[in-house]
Design a protein around this ligand. Sequence first.
Ligand code: ADP
Ligand code: ZN
Length: 735
Amino acid sequence: MAVPPILRLAIPSPLRRYFDYLPPAKTPYQQLQPGIRLQVPFGRRTLIGILVTIASQSEIETSKLRRAQYCLDKTPVVPNSLLQLLTWAASYYHHSPGEVFFSALPQLLRQGKPATSPIYRQWLLSSKDCTTDATILSRAPRQQQLVELLRYHPEGLTSSQIKAQLGTYQSSLRSLIAKGWVYSQEKPIYKSIPPSKEHLRHPLNDAQKAAVTTILASQQKFRPFLLEGVTGSGKTEVYLRAIEEIIAKSRQALVLIPEIGLTPQMVERFHRYLQTPITVLHSALSDRERLAAWLAAYEGKTPVVIGTRSAIWAPLPRLGIIIIDEEHDSSFKQQEGFHYHARDLAIMRAYQTKIPIILGSATPSLESLDNVKRQRYHLLQLLQRAGAAQTPRIQLLDVRSRPLEFGLSPPLLAALRYHLGQGNQALLFLNRRGFAPTLICHECGFAVPCHRCDAYMTVHQHTNRLRCHHCGAEGSLPTSCPQCRNLLLRPRGLGTEQVEAGLKHFFPEIEIARVDRDTTRRAGTLNKMLDGIHNGKYRLLIGTQMLAKGHHYPNITLAGILDADQGLFGSDFRAGEHMSQLILQVIGRTGRGNKPGEVLIQTHHPEHPLLTALVGHGYRHVAEILLEERRQIGFPPYGYLALLRARAVSPDSPMKFLEMARSMATAHNLHGVTLLGPVPAPMERRAGRYRAQLLLQGSARAPLQRLLTTWIPTLERLQAARKVRWSLDVDPIDL
Ligand code: ADP
Ligand code: ZN
């Protein structure tokens, strides 16, 4: 008798393992392809799992294996290439395969809905009716109403739209259909953006030409490129040209960008240039739209997929190139649940698929620069700004013992007056929203804390509220000091709201746009603001890092960084790197047209080596300083980190669990790995939970991975693990 195949499934459970099943009864074996979904018994529940591999034997005796109930799919919903990436990701990040696989799938597929493009039915008036006098229906007022309604909507209405207008309508609709006056049409809910007519392309300059030629020379093999070029140097033009070639050969392109909401112009440009349907994946899609987008990519209906971090999971069976724009951006790292880094996964995906990948940035991550040094990545540089744009003049403003009004020093104020007087736009950058980061009693010094976090409440004057930026807690502004009852409570420190108030005071005649998470919460407001900046309605811009990213505004000639010191003394080991990148991004926002730009950086530490290096010699110089620091402490890219985090309501449990985890680690091979901690997290209490962490530092990837592989699964069985929520973060970006 033939031995039945063993089905190895990823099941949405937090356990770090696959689960074996016998095939469902009466299923032809050829239907059992990796990538299909099956319904299976799991404990006392039934769950949906994804078939990952077919094995010939199991660790569990065949007689004890349970039988899967049935297959949900005739053909795989996860293509092979993606299956391979997901399997690798689960093992590299030591995360539960079920959670990894299911976080990649669209919600509707997770729920077991069919893998067919969702359609919706629209009802329309048939042409027959257009001439018909609706008074014929005078004895059927509901039908008459429906006809009237549809008459005003020649594009058609869905059932739910009709229902919203008329309430119950089904019987009237049936009568009208029977008369032949109304008919229905099916439309896919998902629409790829239709190509537009305008076609924009530039003759490439020499550096761009060289880059494109080199990239296209290795179309059939894995080759990572670091495309380094300041903002405006023409990187996007290089991506577009490369993609154009690749999709002309019926292959697909995947483009990851940090944030789509912030860069509608980028999507628009791809669209105009490539003149092909483009699938845009972002967090605002509905479940149905997401499924439709998934299927469109899978079936090859759209050759180009653009998306944020999670688009790394797009099913692209004919993938031919991957682009990661702003590769240094920390939004590519998922910070909750399954902690993956989309850029690193993209490198693996390109490797598995044997295709080129371009990492683009003006300020490459230290990891990528190191990979260039080790000749793992091929460096392509665009040293000049494309077109007519000139590099802006950069200057440090020593603000020590200078009067600051609303955070503005006299020279910065003078520069604002000058540039606005010339009819140009100016941008001010401050990475702190709200009015002020603390509310302090002038009498006793009491600062109003958050009750759930080790942090202070931020003053939001616009809404008259106190808000915690770590847990979202809110309260009204107290009128007297909770400690000494004095009435002299004062906002202290600077936030974007306060700067906006100051700008209104100094420039009452100029329209100001404040761009931060508070002003852009409502859908559509950000786009409106960006439009207003673009068409010159707003000439003064104040914002957080949202404003620093990716926009192209030719009329900005002055950028002011209000507080460069914010990033100089952060506790996080990447603080210096991130600050330098952010400052350079702000610099990149100026002088992009044909007007020269100027950048002023306010600081209390004008001699700080990072700032002087940045202004005097540019990013590469800063990167060298930072790399040397990392080398000395054995941090990435000269060492490999993993962070075991734990949190709990009770203050002691996280440390207890981590102590135990640490002592368990000693039973494993610790060669090449150093354990640091456990220690309480930098902000120990957050949202009412106490947090602690244990850092693992490996001299290379292999010893660290070896330890994690044997040690992490043992933690699942620890009694102390039940009292905490714990997670592992491989390659953490902040500690
Ligand atoms: P980046 O992606 O590096 O910021 P872009 O590709 O967006 O740079 O180019 C910056 C600006 O210069 C854009 O307006 C683009 O249309 C223009 N540009 C790019 N390449 C050229 C070129 N070879 N000749 C003229 N203009 C160009
Ligand atoms: Zn809080």
